[in-house]
Design a protein around this ligand. Structure first.
Ligand code: AQP
Length: 332
């Protein structure tokens, strides 16, 4: 029997953080055996915010190397750059004509990003979730592993799929989001009520998965906690401490309850240092493998090109079906 399909991706902006790792990539790894996985570097999403072209190109390659360094296997998973499979853009147009301005303008990410990028309020910012719906729907995706911040977008993809199926007959598989039971939202080390974000301008707020050990330790030492010096997991009252416990637990594989017990009676300094050590240990092999891979551009491109060919084989069948359903004359 065919395995069910998974699709997920990260946009090459900023640097891949431990938030992306815990909320997304760590789950991608677990799915590799059981599912047919497609993991994309979604470069088309990233230009909704102005990017330096040379830096974007370099980052896209770096993100692919980081995917592989994290343990994603080109033998098991399909990896490619979104812009190499033109069906993503083409399906977006059709789905745009089946999406409403009202629902898109209500998306939390659109509201946040449009507030942040007042001088570049482009259509792409609003259209981001429709492109994401195309990413997902092109591949008959059953499950989309994402952090909690992207759940709303997966729900919109479901709505669009159902709407299209109702209008034109059964076409798309209706996808389900997969949100991890913990670590679905890792918070900023400097503002622990805000999401740890790849492109945060405050470098102390985030940890990159290829960051060097000294820098990781320094940032955890500076992490914002509170003044009551009691280690307990309580996200409402103690967001900073709870965030550190979440990170510790995700990096060591221990449950939140076990981590809380382990730190009972200890000071915040211990929690920060032990969390930093756990992160350093978990990321060390990733950084070593990344350093090796990033110098082998030919290998990375070979994976991306083969991945795009494989992805396009599936995507072209879906797009053809969609074009036929909406009434376009068949190509020769
Ligand atoms: N802090 C987080 N905690 C848990 N999961 C997270 N994800 C992102 N941040 C966290 C998950 O990582 C995947 C890829 O994210 P993305 O780059 O495609 O989208 P994003 O949510 O816009 O990420 P950022 O970090 O906030 O990027 P910038 O700063 O460039 O806008 C998604 O599955 C996301 O849920």
């Amino acid at each position: 029997m065919d395995k069910k399909r998974i699709f997920s991706g990260i946009q090459p902006t900023g640097c891949i953080t431990i938030g992306n790792y815990i909320g997304a990539i760590d789950n991608w790894l677990k799915f590799q055996e059981e599912y047919n996985c497609i993991y994309c570097v979604v470069d088309m999403h990233s230009i909704t915010v102005r990017q330096d072209p040379a830096q974007l190109r370099e980052r896209a390659m770096s993100f692919l190397a980081q995917y592989i360094a994290c343990g994603l296997s080109p033998e098991k998973s399909t990896m490619f750059f979104q812009s190499h499979v033109h069906e993503h853009a083409e399906l977006t147009w059709v789905l745009n004509c089946n999406s409403y301005i009202g629902e898109l303008s209500r998306m939390t990410q659109f509201k946040d990003k449009s507030a942040k990028h007042q001088t570049n309020l482009n259509m792409g910012l609003m259209d981001y979730p429709v492109l994401m719906a195309s990413d997902i729907l092109l591949y008959d995706t059953a499950l989309v592993p994402v952090g909690v911040d992207q759940k709303q977008h997966v729900e919109l993809a479901r709505d669009i799929a159902i709407r299209f199926n109702n209008a034109y007959g059964d076409t798309f598989v209706v996808p389900e989001p997969f949100i991890p039971s913990y670590g679905a939202k890792v918070y900023s080390l400097q503002d622990p009520v805000a999401k740890m974000s790849k492109s945060d301008s405050n470098a102390n707020a985030t940890i990159s998965i290829i960051e060097d050990s000294d820098s990781i330790i320094k940032k955890f030492k500076k992490a914002v906690t509170d003044s009551d010096n009691r280690i307990a997991y309580s996200p409402q009252d103690k967001p900073g401490v709870s965030n550190l416990i979440t990170i510790y637990s995700a990096m060591t594989g221990k449950s939140i309850v076990d981590a809380e017990l382990e730190f009972e009676g200890q000071g915040y300094g211990t929690l920060k240092m032990r969390t930093a050590d756990a992160v350093v240990e978990r990321l060390r092999p990733i950084r070593e493998e990344y350093d090796r891979l990033i110098n082998d551009k030919a290998y990375l491109l070979d994976i991306a090109y083969k991945g795009a060919d494989k992805a396009s084989e599936i995507a072209s069948v879906t797009l053809k079906k969609v074009y036929d359903k909406v009434g376009f004359v068949a190509k020769k």
